[in-house]
Ligand binder design. Structure first.
Ligand SMILES: C[S@@+](CC[C@H](N)C(=O)[O-])C[C@H]1O[C@@H](n2cnc3c(N)ncnc32)[C@H](O)[C@@H]1O
Length: 214
């Protein structure tokens, strides 16, 4: 990880006011695909990790029973709460939570049905992403939808879609392996750009158990 959790939190809080107006067409296309694939049922609880100002959380609020929006940046979440209040959305709960410790215990007695995350996991190194994906699986969700900076081809140093000094995107293959290892099958891969994509992962019936293994 190129920056600590605290450094990322400070960095995002400092730019929270301008964040929503600064996003690229690829970001918006990715967010739209994450929302479409999340497709919660009316009684589903969604956990949106690295929720920021709530792009995904607020878009899903009308479809889900509740959305648990978790982030490390108080400034980003303050923007999200302000937007929720302006839109009279009452079923989105913003609270502090890290990818590897998302703080979902006790927030909800029914468990999490769907996990979403958009444009956030690339702040972790690959070992951290694996831990984060394990934590997503540990929520009990049946579906995980990950939109992010990810490499479909090799990174293009002349046209990075990310900030190499603070970001650490993975290859699509690394992410697919991480989901497979925690008992999820990646059922859809959408390429938005050579460096941006959406993965949809469903919990397998075996939950990742290898038949016959001790
Ligand atoms: C580029 S923003 C994306 C926000 C939102 N998901 C969206 O689609 O607009 C990345 C977010 O990830 C959060 N973040 C970074 N590292 C995190 C971590 N370890 N755990 C939880 N959130 C983290 C940041 O605070 C920031 O709000």
């Amino acid at each position: 990880m190129k920056r600590s959790v605290e450094e990322h939190a400070t960095r995002f809080s400092e730019k929270a006011g301008e964040y929503d107006g600064s996003k690229s067409a690829e970001y918006h296309a990715c967010a739209d695909r994450v929302v479409a694939h999340a497709a919660p049922a009316p009684d589903d609880v969604v956990a949106d990790l690295g929720a920021g100002t709530g792009a995904i959380s607020l878009a899903l609020a009308g479809d889900a029973e509740r959305v648990l929006a978790r982030d490390i940046s108080e400034g980003m979440m303050a923007e999200g709460r302000r937007k929720a209040e302006a839109a009279e959305i009452t079923n989105v709960e913003f609270a502090h939570g890290k990818f590897r410790a998302p703080n979902l215990d006790g927030a909800d007695g029914d468990g999490v049905d769907v996990v979403t995350s958009n444009f956030a996991l690339h702040h972790l190194d690959d070992a951290g992403k694996r831990d984060a994906i394990r934590a997503m699986a540990d929520t009990g969700a049946r579906r995980i939808v990950l939109g992010d900076v990810m490499f479909f081809a090799g990174p293009d140093p002349d046209d990075p879609f990310y900030s190499p000094e603070v970001d650490d995107p993975a290859t699509v293959g690394t992410l697919v392996d991480a989901f497979t290892d925690v008992g999820f099958a990646v059922v859809a891969v959408e390429r938005v750009h050579d460096q941006v994509g959406v993965l949809v992962a469903h919990r397998t019936a075996s939950g990742g158990e290898v038949p016959g293994a001790e």
